[in-house]
Ligand binder design. Structure first.
Ligand SMILES: C[S@@+](CC[C@H](N)C(=O)[O-])C[C@H]1O[C@@H](n2cnc3c(N)ncnc32)[C@H](O)[C@@H]1O
Length: 280
């Protein structure tokens, strides 16, 4: 468990953080060894489950591995201080291993030809999707940080699937409007940029017809560190809660929220969930 402790402070699951806090507090109160041991085991069980899931998830391509390594070691703080990035980008923003494989499954199961990603960062999600697309498939990914464009091109071009990826630079809401004017539609749309605009992105997707028939919206951070079901929320937590509430009330869609990583929400038009087209 020790290997996790350094990153535990920013863990996405508040239950784990509470257990850890309790474990730390009990150490100084002279509580019985037996109780301490049970608490250690409880915390350890969580990480065992995590490791087990990872061990039973297929390994990713060497090119995705390389993006992962580069993201973890890139000098993000220096770049921000030197004014080379819009804001302080951080490795934890990356989609990563399990979620990347999950995305790949969704793209593959949807028989998707075109994928839209809102929020590129270092291209992990974009390449995960591209790997599951046919040769004539396309991933359009949007970001507003110019620094990322050449970095993503450099790393995704190391893969044969990289040529399926194109980046649209600019504020994502503007890009969605442009894509709407171009009459583009997408089978899978991965929502993973600034959390306070999720609802605006969702409305643009639905109102501008960007979601293809039988398409799926995949929403990242739907639990937002547990803030959506807790009393205290910051601006992003509040935005996610409002987004979740609004989507749950939208009669046009059917949805499921999965507690994978920081929560993934899948959204589809209700008519596409009824088997109506197949029955007709
Ligand atoms: C969580 S990261 C995306 C992670 C990425 N999907 C992956 O697979 O690793 C969010 C990204 O959204 C971008 N972003 C934030 N606000 C944006 C906006 N208004 N328009 C476009 N991109 C934005 C950030 O620059 C950042 O790269």
């Amino acid at each position: 468990m020790d290997e996790y402790l350094t990153t535990l402070g920013s863990h996405f699951d508040p239950m784990v953080l509470k257990l850890w806090e309790l474990q730390e507090r009990l150490k100084s109160t002279g509580v019985s060894v037996e109780i301490q041991k049970m608490l250690d085991e409880a915390l350890d069980l969580f990480f065992k489950r995590d490791r087990y899931c990872e061990a039973n998830t297929s390994p990713v391509s060497p090119e995705l591995d390389l993006i992962n390594q580069m993201t973890l070691t890139h000098p993000w703080t220096d770049l921000y201080v030197q004014g080379k990035t819009n804001w302080s980008l951080r490795p934890f923003m990356m989609t990563g291993f399990k979620e990347g494989q999950f995305l790949k499954f969704i793209v593959s199961m949807s028989n998707a030809k075109r994928v839209l990603e809102i929020g590129t960062f270092t291209g992990y999600g974009a390449l995960s999707c591209a790997e599951a697309l046919p040769d004539d498939g396309e991933v359009i990914t949007c970001d507003f940080d110019p620094y990322l464009e050449s970095l993503v091109k450099e790393y995704t071009s190391k893969s044969v699937h990289g040529r399926k990826i194109s980046i649209r630079l600019g504020p994502a809401l503007e890009t969605l409007n442009v894509l709407g004017n171009e009459k583009k539609t997408f089978y899978v749309i991965f929502l993973d940029a600034d959390k306070d605009k999720y609802w605006a992105y969702y409305q643009a997707i639905m109102d501008r017809g960007l979601l293809a028939p039988r398409g799926t919206i995949v929403v990242d951070n739907a639990l937002f560190y547990g803030q959506v079901y807790r009393e205290t929320r910051d601006t992003y937590g509040e935005a996610l809660k409002t987004f979740n509430d609004n989507v749950s009330r939208d009669p046009r869609v059917t949805t499921v929220l999965i507690p994978l990583q920081d929560g993934i929400r899948l959204i589809r038009r209700t008519e596409d969930m009824l088997g109506k087209r197949q029955a007709d």
